[in-house]
Design a protein around this ligand. Structure first.
Ligand SMILES: [Fe+2]
Ligand SMILES: [Fe+2]
Length: 165
């Protein structure tokens, strides 16, 4: 799952803008699956979504695809700990992520939909855009790969956090 040099440059330029936010970088303090942090999970999902979008032979708003994917789990807590949160994480975190993302960035309709609908079909309202379906699929794929501890080295060598200032 490798990107060309041009694709890598484009991907890193979209990600770098988001990683300038200290709040976004805080996702690296929270675990997501196995030993993968929330930030690395989001970057893996963004990378995989972008890679797939380039190989599906369809048109995509790729900037929105990458931005929505990087922010899709921007919830800033350890979801393994139950303390004090209302509702089940699986159902509530897309809205929390969207609220956090909107505090930091001006989001377009696709980016909002990607974040809010990425847990579909667990959450009942389906996505509106093909970018959202792709991120939702990539999220599930990456979650399985991370949980089984497969595939991360290949990704890390390609999509590092080069964009961090
Ligand atoms: Fe999620
Ligand atoms: Fe996720």
């Amino acid at each position: 799952m490798y990107l060309s040099k041009e694709e890598k440059t484009y991907f890193n330029s979209c990600v770098a803008e988001l990683l300038r936010s200290e709040q976004v970088r805080r996702m690296d303090s929270f675990p997501q699956h196995a030993d993968v942090t929330c930030l690395n999970h989001c970057l893996f999902v963004a990378y995989t979504s972008f890679w797939l979008s380039k190989r599906l032979g369809l048109s995509f708003d790729r900037r929105s695809l990458i931005r929505g994917a990087v922010l899709h789990d921007f919830f800033l807590y350890d979801w393994h700990e139950k303390s004090g949160r209302k509702g089940l994480h699986g159902f509530t975190h897309p809205r929390t992520a969207l609220e956090n993302a909107q505090e930091q960035f001006q989001l377009n309709k696709r980016e909002k939909d990607i974040i809010l609908r990425h847990m579909w079909p667990l959450t009942p309202i389906p996505p509106k855009y093909r970018e959202s379906y792709l991120v939702s699929f990539a999220d599930k794929l990456c979650s399985v790969l991370e949980t089984l501890q497969l595939c991360r080295p290949a990704w890390k060598s390609q999509a590092t956090t080069k964009g961090v200032p």
